[in-house]
Design a binder for this molecule. Structure first.
Ligand code: PMV
Length: 350
């Protein structure tokens, strides 16, 4: 139905143009981790974090408005979502509708090339792609900051996948109210100079994790005596990391990333009951990384909410590092990623 009222002639509605949109986004790997929320509903983190967006494992999401439908329909790789995963996407679409002042339901089709729920940041690429596609489909004209705030509400780490390269996500801890923090907690590009990095990714287990990152974070914040000390030391990690990136010092970047990740896993191991994502092949790969360093190659490991290891190195060393990682974990899928682009709309006509 076309609305011919004068108000809309100022900014004409174009039902055909706004009815659907497709976006692509890539996962990001944090070099200073986001671990712990201070507000679950607004997804406000307890710490600032900093990541590199990858050029592998894109998620492509199409959002089509369905004015006749009673409910949102969401499919992942062709299979309809139900239960909690569907609830999460529907709650996110509700937020987009609230921002847009619209009511129509949507049909969402997502194609993931990253294993879902395996600590390989599928939620980051997933919600970044969904934020960009849904905002466009519902006619919201958002800048990158607002898109990052929106993506954050789906999954914290998604706020960073809105940007390519390195991105820092502000926790806005000094905000006076949750509303102010909500406005100020977004990611933005982090300056880096003279780096040509690669992340060698060892997928030692592509299966879904036993404890979701959401539950693991909650348990760690609530019960781990190591959580506060780690969160405090992570402030230094972040400022040291920004300096190291700006200087293009890969060894410093890697050392900070590795200590920050090991510290994060220590907080989980001290939670009650413990959350342990690291498995025997994880440790074998960590040993191989130590050996690479002893042999003079700059290589530094980081792990997220899963057993898979990402090894930061100079791009020129990536093949050697990948070979060492393959030798250490012959059953692992090993691939080399570089810095990738931020989330963006795809031109459907193209
Ligand atoms: O965005 P979530 O809820 O999937 O949490 C991701 C948390 C880590 O991957 C472990 C760390 C990070 O900063 O990405």
């Amino acid at each position: 139905m076309r609305d011919e009222s004068p108000a809309t002639s100022v900014r004409p509605r174009q039902p055909e143009a706004a009815a659907g949109a497709t976006a692509v986004a890539h996962p990001n790997i944090a070099l200073v981790k986001y671990w712990g929320k201070r507000d679950e509903q607004l997804v406000l983190p307890c710490v600032d974090s900093l990541s590199m967006t990858l050029d592998v494992f894109p998620t492509t999401t199409r959002v089509l408005l369905a004015p006749e439908a009673a409910d949102d329909q969401v499919s992942l790789d062709g299979a309809p979502l139900a239960g909690e995963p569907l609830g999460r996407v529907t709650a996110f679409l509700e937020l987009v509708r609230e921002w847009a002042g619209r009511r129509e339901r949507a049909v969402v089709d997502t194609r993931n090339t990253v294993p879902t729920g395996a600590g390989l940041a599928s939620s980051a690429s997933g919600f970044a792609a969904l934020a960009v596609a849904a905002a466009a489909a519902y006619g919201l004209d958002l800048d990158a900051t607002a898109l990052s705030r929106l993506a954050r509400r789906g999954s914290g780490s998604a706020s960073r996948s809105v940007f390519g390269g390195f991105a820092v996500w502000h926790a806005a801890l000094d905000a006076a109210t949750p509303t102010e923090a909500d406005l100020r907690s977004f990611a933005e590009p982090a300056p880096a100079h003279g780096l040509d990095p690669a992340l060698v990714i060892a997928v030692v287990n592509a299966g879904p994790k036993s404890v979701s990152s959401r539950e693991a974070m909650r348990r760690t914040v609530d019960t781990s005596p190591l959580y506060r000390p780690w969160a405090i030391s992570s402030r230094d990690d972040l400022s040291d990391m920004r300096t190291a990136l700006a200087r293009g010092d890969l060894d410093a970047v890697g050392e900070i990333a590795e200590r920050n990740a090991l510290g994060m896993h220590a907080t989980m191991l001290a939670a009650r009951p413990a959350v342990r994502y690291l498995s025997p092949p994880t440790l074998t790969v960590l040993d191989a990384v130590l050996q690479l360093r002893r042999d003079g190659t700059s290589a530094y490991a980081t792990m997220d909410a899963g057993p898979n290891v990402k090894v930061l190195c100079h791009r020129a060393d990536a093949d050697r590092v990948a070979q060492a990682v393959r030798g250490a974990a012959p059953q692992a899928r090993v691939l080399v990623a570089g810095p990738g682009q931020g989330a963006r709309l795809l031109d459907e006509a193209a």
